[in-house]
Design a protein around this ligand. Structure first.
Ligand code: CUA
Length: 373
């Protein structure tokens, strides 16, 4: 099973506990209000369903045509009944009026984030989630860590198509629209892990566009974000490949497999080999070999990898559509180095089927990034 597979089953399986027949677990301040409206509407439905069925059955029995009787229809039946008409107009009007009032009140609460909210910038793109914490300079992928009992405001946008962020346990959902910002806020009330979905069909791998929200008590939250902020700086070069596999690869996973299977993009398996040999052919008919070496566009193969991450539309590998967004500004130089090292050392990090090998042998790990060549 791939890393993402593990993440999806282990973490997400855990997040399904709690909740009722109708509703998932309730873990934010907004959830109770949403549930109340839901049950209120549902109970109105039960009431009218029962009422209508009873009347239906009663009418069927009361007015059924008996074989012995001759029914003659006359046109002197009542055509108008003012009290009845007023009742069926005023009662539903009151009901929808109350529903509108509750709905509008809840909506205004949901769009108006408290001023002291903890800010997170969210980018949803085909097909991954990126969460930036400007207060810590940390970027998370496929996982969003938030503090407990503190309002969190997500400022969201998309570089490609419509996506929609949905966290069922918090009862919040909002579209991400290319070319503009939308926002959403919540305050988590229970520590734990919760599922986050994309709920706007955004293309082939829409169903894989998942993430996990981790809610931590304030001190643990600050610890963890502080650690994430320094993580890749503090690591030894030899730990960078494993860091890239565990912390960065989940943003690539929906398109680039580790087991050789072709996805929306080429598999990472053997990619370093193909790059070194220059055997990659592009949609413009050129081969990588012709562009490498002294005087070529890519003096060392590492530069091609770097270019593919920062400028993915520049050269598109034959038989692929070039669906990749740029990661410019999202990855620091040392993180790009880590990606290059991961690709170089992939065979010692994952097995034949793309499953992570627990402890890669340190002396087998090659640590040159090519930057100094
Ligand atoms: Cu993004 Cu569906």
């Amino acid at each position: 099973m791939s890393i993402v597979g593990l993440l999806a089953t282990a973490k997400i399986g855990e997040a399904t506990s709690g909740g009722t027949f109708w509703m998932p677990e309730n873990a934010s301040t907004a959830a109770q209000g949403v549930d109340d409206v839901f049950y209120f509407i549902n109970n109105i439905n039960y009431f009218f369903f029962a009422l209508l069925v009873l009347i239906l059955v009663w009418f069927a029995v009361r007015y059924r045509s008996k074989p012995s009787e001759h029914t003659t229809f006359t046109n002197d039946a009542p055509v108008h009944n003012t009290p009845l008409e007023l009742t069926w107009t005023i009662v539903p009007l009151l009901i929808v009026g109350v529903l509108f009032w509750i709905g509008m009140d809840g909506y205004l609460h949901l769009v108006d984030a408290p001023d002291d909210s903890y800010p997170v910038r969210v980018t949803g793109q085909k097909w991954s989630w990126t969460f930036e914490h400007p207060e810590y300079g940390v970027t998370e992928a496929a996982e969003l860590t938030v503090p407990l009992n503190r309002p969190v405001r997500l400022l969201m946008t998309s570089p490609d198509v419509l996506h929609s962020l949905f966290i069922p346990a918090f009862r919040v959902k909002q579209d991400l629209v290319p070319g503009r910002y939308t926002s959403l806020w919540f305050e988590a009330t229970k520590p734990g892990q919760y599922r986050l979905y994309c709920t706007e069909y955004c293309g082939k791998d829409h169903s894989k566009m998942l993430a996990v929200v981790t809610v931590l008590p304030e001190d643990e939250f600050q610890n963890r974000l502080g650690k994430l902020a320094r993580e890749y700086e503090d690591l030894d070069d030899k730990d960078l490949p494993a860091y890239a596999l565990n912390r960065l690869y989940n943003r690539c996973a929906s398109c680039h497999s580790l087991d050789g299977k072709s996805g929306t993009g080429p598999s990472f398996k053997g990619l370093w080999d193909r790059t070194q040999k220059g055997s990659t052919v592009f949609t413009n008919g050129k081969t990588l070999k012709g562009m490498m070496g002294p005087g070529g566009e890519f003096e060392v193969p590492e530069n091609y990898i770097r270019d593919s991450i920062l400028n993915p539309q520049h050269l598109i590998v034959q038989n692929y559509t070039g669906a990749m967004p740029t990661f410019k500004g999202q990855l620091k130089q040392r993180q790009i180095d880590a990606m290059v090292l991961m690709l170089k050392n992939l065979d010692s990090l994952v097995d034949e089927n793309g499953n992570p090998i627990e402890a890669p042998k340190v002396d087998e790990v090659e640590v040159s990034t090519g930057a100094d060549q």
